[in-house]
Design a binder for this molecule. Structure first.
Ligand code: IMP
Ligand code: MG
Length: 181
C-alpha cells in the first residue's frame, strides 16, 4: 500500500504525538462537563479510537454517516445515511471528522445538530486543507494543516481503500487518474 503513495506526510509516531496534545487540550476544556462525541463515519474511525482512549473523561459516543465523495472528487451534495440517535439537546457536542475540505460535510451536520439545541457544538478534525471553502467552518481542534492535495491513510480512503494505512500520505496522481477519479 505504501508504494501507492507519492510521499508520506505524517508517520504513525508523529500522528500519535499530535493526538497526545489534542486529547490533553480537549480533556482540559471539558473537565467539568459531560461530552457527547458525534463521529462522522467512516473516515473518523481510526482517529476516534486513538483519540478517545486518550481522554479520561465521562463521555457519550454516537455516529453520523454521510457521503459526498465519489473517488477523489466531491459530488457537491450530501447524503445522510445514518443520523445520531442520541438526544443532544442541552449537551456539549464534539463533532469529530477526519478532514475539513470544502466544509460542506461539517457545515451541514452542524446545522442539523443545531436544530436540536445542544448547549454547545465544537468541531475536531485531524486534517484541515488550506483552500477556499464552499461553506465556512472553523474547527476548534485541528491535528494538522495540509496543502490542497488528495491524501489517504489513518482512516482516509480512496474508494474505501487505504483506511488501514498507519500513516497519512499523498496518493500517487497516476493511481487517481487510472481509476477515473
Ligand atoms: P468536505 O465536505 O468537502 O469538507 O469533505 C469532507 C469529507 O470528504 C471528509 O470527511 C472525507 O471523507 C472526504 N475527503 C476530503 N478530502 C479528502 C482527501 O484528501 N482524502 C480522502 N478523503 C477526503
Ligand atoms: Mg471519505
Amino acid at each position: 500500500m505504501q508504494a501507492d503513495l507519492d510521499r508520506i506526510l505524517f508517520d504513525e509516531a508523529t500522528i500519535h504525538r499530535r493526538l497526545d496534545a489534542l486529547a490533553a487540550k480537549i480533556s482540559q476544556d471539558y473537565r467539568n462537563r459531560e461530552l457527547t462525541v458525534i463521529a462522522v463515519l467512516n473516515g473518523s474511525v481510526i482517529l476516534l479510537a486513538d483519540l478517545l482512549r486518550r481522554i479520561p473523561l465521562p463521555l457519550r459516543l454516537d455516529f453520523i454517516s454521510v457521503s459526498s465523495y465519489d473517488g477523489a472528487e466531491s459530488r457537491g451534495e450530501l447524503v445522510f445515511r445514518q443520523i445520531s440517535r442520541l438526544d443532544v439537546s442541552g449537551r456539549h457536542v464534539l463533532l469529530l471528522d477526519d478532514i475539513l475540505d470544502s466544509g460542506l460535510t461539517l457545515a451541514t451536520i452542524r446545522e442539523k445538530l443545531a436544530t436540536t439545541e445542544p448547549a454547545s457544538i465544537r468541531i475536531c478534525v485531524l486534517l484541515e486543507k488550506e483552500k477556499t471553502r464552499v461553506r465556512p467552518v472553523e474547527p476548534d481542534y485541528i491535528g494538522f494543516r495540509i496543502a490542497d492535495e488528495f491524501v489517504v491513510g489513518y482512516g482516509l480512503d480512496f474508494k474505501e481503500r487505504y483506511r488501514n494505512l498507519p500513516c497519512i500520505g499523498v496518493l500517487r496522481k497516476d493511481l487517481i487518474a487510472a481509476t477515473g477519479g
